[in-house]
Design a protein around this ligand. Structure first.
Ligand code: URA
Length: 410
């Protein structure tokens, strides 16, 4: 087989065979196909779309591009969650310790920021020392001993996703239903979860801009999950404005801690409670989702969820004093404010534009090589439909003077 023939076939809109898709995934993962040819194929897939068969074959090829985890020796139903990505989406940081504190093992592989959206791994790595790179044995020992782990994409588990994800991020091939479904489901299959909860974001700050596309993505992922005997449930949640008040890595860790302590912005709290409740129910700790919600609330209110969060940060080598003591957070050197020019109500906050601003500040990547600045980002003081007077602060901009702040303020 030759990669040039596969690119040509997809360019003409023809369906690729299972063998052709496996060839691409394996040879690219092994370094035998250069980035420029992989990019060309991804763009042809993006433009000409993939059939359900192609999507299923791509998912399986990526899932089995490395080792797969067998967690059967760990007691209990292992439940995983994944978001399709949004702006200010720090839900995994909250949900993982809540669910683990309810006695359900959480073994999760997450990604870095993609396009204008943030990534759980970048957020976790903003906690000094926090380790997201690990071997399979380490991954398993965290779940066995602490009931919780979140790792980055590894060279052992779904290595194809690690490479293809990074390439899609910088070649404008992210927001495609088949590529997203294959990327997410391959990670979930490789990391051995029995049940999966998917949070499909829809709106200006999400890859799915319409409910119709979000529903197609949901059906695609549920059908892949079910065909492999993984109970899969999707929720569709709004990403028309950033979730919560904070956007940026350490800023989002701080907001996640607020939710774990029983505070936090209403929209964020609601998504966290909904997803945690479904996970507790799938983990067979309750007879209904309503009952699961009571269990989740109890774990937040009696401090167990936050205690589990601290245990998790410590076991993955994060510096605990950073969590406990606000003065130890990495802070940006400047805080500028963006104020209302006149009185009125806030009619919209375009999450995608805010995601791009956060990226320009250094919270996300413009190229594969970009280095994340953990301290920068935005903290909103107002949400959509809030009333403002002229001069009220709408948002704080935490930055390190990279020279683009004047353009951002405009
Ligand atoms: N999250 C992923 O893991 N992959 C995607 O392609 C999009 C969001």
């Amino acid at each position: 087989m030759k990669i040039i023939d596969i690119i040509d076939k997809k360019k003409k809109g023809l369906e690729l065979s299972k063998e052709e898709i496996h060839y691409f995934v394996n040879e690219y993962t092994n370094g035998n196909i250069p980035d420029y040819q992989a990019s060309a194929l991804l763009m042809a897939m993006f433009i000409n779309k993939m059939t359900p068969n192609e999507t299923a074959n791509l998912t399986l090829a990526m899932a089995y591009s490395g080792q797969t985890l067998d967690l059967s020796d760990i007691e209990g139903v292992k439940v995983d969650k994944h978001s399709t990505g949004g702006v200010g989406d720090k839900v995994s940081l909250v949900v993982a310790p809540i669910v683990a504190s309810c006695g359900i093992p959480v073994a999760k592989m997450s990604g870095r920021g993609l396009g204008f959206t943030g990534g759980t791994i970048d957020k976790l790595e903003s906690i000094e020392g926090f380790k997201t790179d690990m071997t399979i044995d380490e991954f398993k020992s965290y779940v066995k001993n602490h009931g919780i782990v979140i790792s980055g994409q590894t060279d052992e588990l779904a290595p194809a996703d690690k490479k293809i994800y990074a390439l899609r991020d910088v070649t404008s091939t992210v927001d495609d239903i088949s590529l997203i479904a294959a990327s997410i489901m391959s990670k979930k299959i490789a990391s051995g979860a029995d049940a999966i909860v998917l949070d499909i974001k829809v709106g200006s700050g999400a890859f799915m801009k319409t409910i119709e596309d979000a529903e197609i993505l949901a059906k695609t992922m549920v059908s892949i999950g079910n065909s492999l005997n993984r109970t899969t449930i999707c929720i569709i949640s709004s990403m028309d404005e950033p979730l919560g008040f904070g956007i940026g890595n350490i800023i989002e860790v701080r907001e996640a801690i607020e939710v774990l302590k029983g505070n936090g912005p209403k929209d964020l709290v609601e998504v966290c409670l909904t997803i945690s409740s479904i996970m507790v129910y799938l983990g067979k700790k309750s007879n209904s989702i309503e009952e699961a919600r009571e269990i989740v609330l109890k774990s937040i209110n009696d401090g167990s969820a936050y205690k589990k969060f601290r245990e998790w940060i410590e076991c993955q080598k994060g510096k605990l004093s950073v969590i406990d003591n606000i003065s130890e957070y990495r802070k940006a050197s400047n805080i500028d404010i963006f104020v209302a020019k006149e009185e009125g109500y806030i009619s919209s906050i375009n999450a995608q534009e805010i995601g791009k601003v956060a990226m320009l500040l250094g919270a996300g990547r413009e190229t594969k090589e970009s280095i994340i600045d953990p301290s920068v980002g935005l903290i909103f003081e107002k949400k959509v439909s809030d009333y403002v007077r002229a001069g009220d602060v709408i948002c704080q901009i935490h930055h390190n003077n990279y020279g683009n702040i004047d353009m951002i303020m405009e």
